[in-house]
Design a protein around this ligand. Sequence first.
Ligand code: PGA
Length: 223
Amino acid sequence: MKKLFIVANWKAHKTITETTEWFDELAKSKEQFVQKDDKHIIICPSFHLLAEAKKIIDEQNLPISLGAQNVAAFDEGAYTGEIAARQLQGLVTYIIIGHSERRLTFAESDEILQKKVQIAKAGGFEVIYCVQGDMTIVPQEIQIVAYEPIAAIGSGHADTPENAEAVAHAIKEKNPHVQAVLYGGSVTDENVHSFTSLSSIDGVLIGGASLDPVTFTAIIINA
Ligand code: PGA
């Protein structure tokens, strides 16, 4: 059986206090998912929350990994406001690169994203590379892709499972180096299984519905 990726992308949400509260709430139901080792549960909070999240995960022995939502396209140095891959060592295992919000709002080109991928991979991180369809270029180093159609993000209108399956299949066909394709875009506790039950889909990337710990727990259980 495939081990599903359940990835929470908190985007620019939550304070340190809200992060503590979120994990406390999730931990209350950990018996429901802690025993089974059938899912990679990955939380991607903003940078300033990572140390607090790591502390709680370690203290409570939660079966959760951390990811960053972005990384600098440069090595450590004089880049005010950026976070370099080396600064994330010991904090995260995964880095999301190429989210459509980075491509559109922050004008990140395929060239910049390729540089980020190289730096992240050289630092030993797993990259979750977001694409908007099977035509998006996927760098050779990438093993995990998240297919996120723009119209489905934050809209409440998820892609159809049939289309998501077809695109996930096409991504794998065109990029034999890709081992896992996740679906993202208006995933909820109610529709998650319609995606994770498909043969070419290996997990989900969840934005809005991951902000509530009760809903996110339901997503883990229902996936
Ligand atoms: P959404 O966001 O679940 O709020 O649609 C998904 C994403 O952008 O990763």
